[in-house]
Design a protein around this ligand. Structure first.
Ligand code: T46
Length: 134
């Protein structure tokens, strides 16, 4: 994996079940400024289709699974998000798409900044132009 980094979380399980704790500037390598989650995704729907100029994010599928496609303007990578014990760190200038959401998939995202639409590149041809400069 070159375009994203996999983070492996410690599961604090005991006979009651499992617990994963995620702390900013520790296992999550930035200050967590925002948390959001994607759920109830309708069958056959794909999401994402954008890049971020500055935002860093860690994506964790806390239930179910989905497929993440990443493209940096020259290379493509695909990774399945399918475990609450693993996260994917996205910090470069990459195009991202999420596909094949399972029923009941809950995708948790920890972000390094507040929501800012100006940080998004949602136009693919603009992304391709900018990707050459990064
Ligand atoms: C990303 C992928 C993984 C807000 O108002 N605040 C927020 O914090 C977010 C994330 C979204 N929104 C609004 C913007 C749209 O009107 O919620 C609506 C749905 O967002 P969007 O179409 O951007 O959702 P996705 O699933 O395509 O993308 C999201 C994140 O936006 C994005 O940063 O990397 O999940």
């Amino acid at each position: 994996m070159k375009l994203v980094k996999q983070l492996v979380f410690k599961s604090l399980g005991d006979d009651r079940g499992c617990l994963v704790a995620l702390e900013g500037n520790e296992i999550i390598p930035f200050d967590i400024q925002r948390v959001y989650y994607i759920y109830s995704t309708a069958e056959g729907v794909s999401r994402g289709f954008h890049a971020h100029k500055k935002l860093k994010q860690v994506m964790v599928c806390v239930h179910g699974k989905c497929r993440l496609n990443i493209y940096d303007g020259s290379e493509h990578e695909t990774v399945w998000l399918d475990s609450p014990e693993r996260g994917i760190l996205i910090e470069g200038f990459v195009w991202r798409e999420m596909h094949d959401f399972s029923e009941n998939c809950v995708l948790l995202v920890l972000a390094s900044d507040h929501y800012d639409e100006d940080d998004y590149i949602r136009d693919y041809s603009e992304f391709e132009k900018l990707a050459k400069r990064y």
